[in-house]
Design a protein around this ligand. Structure first.
Ligand code: GDP
Ligand code: MG
Length: 397
């Protein structure tokens, strides 16, 4: 990592201390789990506002065309035997990770639906807009010992937008990703192909290509404590046989993990992997995570469904386990911290929240490129709205 306080980022703003005040320490937010162990905060049942799809070319479509349908192998058979390495690398079209999309696709959805948002006029102005994946990182922060994060924040027309910035360490790791790790990433997507059909009631087609440009994203409304949230998350598939067909309760998250043999391996899985699975699925209201366990040869030979609301039971009596209250209380505290820190309404002003394991969250301030992330097309279209006369309903509406 870059040593602190040595480089001056382009456009970084130096805050001058007013002469009539004592110097105030730079604000920061601690992340120790012990500080967040109160009761579970209010979290509104996430409701889906809409969705969008990204196609094989990563082009946006305001519909559900990329949604796939849960199609597990028949339960009466001998169990699965999925070769996750099949098709690698010749039938693999990986997404270009150099392209930093930031909030762009979600902002396009928001721009096209801003007139029909529920919650009444002004709801958006009080909300936080972000990706589900960014919130997942916040939820797991009190327990994370490996990877830090950076979140850029801008306030615009009242709304607080949060967009992740890849850390230098994450960028270095991505560029030097070992071949085995690349193949492991492919295997996760290949599992989805074995478990999903393109049509309800259809069968999976593992002969096709794995193209990770394709994505179905659900857009949801929720609230954590007093923080209204509008966020979007990628959904693996919907279960046509789910007890309720209402999204997000019909959605299924698919995961792969190494086959486990000893109680110690299960314990470690519950402490680390299940935390990430829980945080991701709980936020979006996905009720079940279906795990495929792979053997050393890369074959899935068993499946297990983990209901999201039962995951905590596996660590409830574990002194080294995780606690959902800590995750949610920390996230709520961070959102309050961000709301109180980002005071100025300016789409070109960025507060960068940075965190490294073992340290508190710190803040630095930037103007314009490279950190400003709200695109001109979005800012301009939203600004136009304000100068237009209010729309009078016509008989045709
Ligand atoms: P997740 O929970 O981490 O999978 O992330 P989200 O569900 O919030 O996905 C938000 C958007 O980011 C979607 O368009 C995804 O296709 C995309 N996305 C998911 N994982 C990654 C990643 O590792 N890198 C980048 N750049 N984008 C990703
Ligand atoms: Mg998945």
């Amino acid at each position: 990592m870059e040593p602190r306080g040595t480089k001056r980022g382009a456009g970084k703003i130096e805050a001058a201390e007013p002469h009539n005040k004592l110097p105030r320490p730079a604000p920061s937010l601690p992340t120790d789990p012990a500080l967040y162990s109160g009761s579970f905060p209010f979290y509104r049942r996430p409701s889906q506002l809409g969705c969008f799809s990204l196609d094989t070319q990563r082009q946006y479509h305001g519909d559900a065309r990329a949604l796939r349908y849960y199609s597990p192998p028949p339960a009466n058979g001998q169990g699965p035997n999925f070769d996750l390495r099949d098709g690698y690398p010749d039938r693999y079209q990986p997404r270009d990770e150099e392209v930093q999309e930031r909030l762009d696709h979600l902002l396009r959805w928001l721009l096209e639906h801003r007139g029909q948002l529920e919650g009444g006029p002004g709801w958006l102005a009080g909300a936080i807009v972000t990706w589900r994946g960014h919130l997942t990182k916040l939820l797991t922060t009190p327990y994370e010992r490996q990877e830090g994060w950076q979140l850029a924040a801008s306030r615009f027309q009242g709304t607080l937008y949060l967009s992740e910035v890849e850390t230098l360490a994450a960028q270095a790791q991505r560029l030097a990703r070992p071949p085995l790790l690349r193949e492991l990433m492919y295997m996760g997507y290949k599992f989805e192909q074995y478990m999903c059909a393109d049509k309800p009631g259809g069968s999976p087609d593992p002969s096709g290509e794995v193209n990770t440009n394709m994505a179905f994203c659900s857009v949801l409304r929720s609230r954590l404590g007093n923080h209204p949230l509008l966020f979007s998350g990628e959904v693996d598939c919907t279960d046509p046989q789910a007890p309720s067909s209402q999204p997000p309760t019909c959605y299924v998250e698919l995961k792969t993990s190494k086959e486990m043999h000893s109680p110690g391996q299960w314990r470690s899985f519950y402490r680390h992997k299940l935390l990430k699975w829980w945080a991701q699925s709980f936020l979006l209201g996905v009720p079940n995570v279906v795990a495929g366990f792979r053997n050393p040869e890369g074959f899935i030979c068993s499946l297990k469904t983990f209901p999201t609301m039962q995951m905590f039971e596996h660590v409830r009596n574990d002194r080294d386990g995780w606690n959902p209250s800590v995750c949610m209380n920390f996230c709520a505290a961070f959102l309050s911290f961000a709301q109180n820190t980002v005071v100025q309404d300016d789409p070109r002003l960025v507060h960068l929240f940075s965190w490294e394991p073992g340290r508190p969250v710190t803040v630095s301030v930037y103007q314009d490129a490279p950190h400003a992330f709200l695109p001109t097309w979005y800012v301009d279209a939203m600004t136009q709205d304000l100068s237009l006369p209010p729309k009078t309903p016509s008989p045709k509406d």
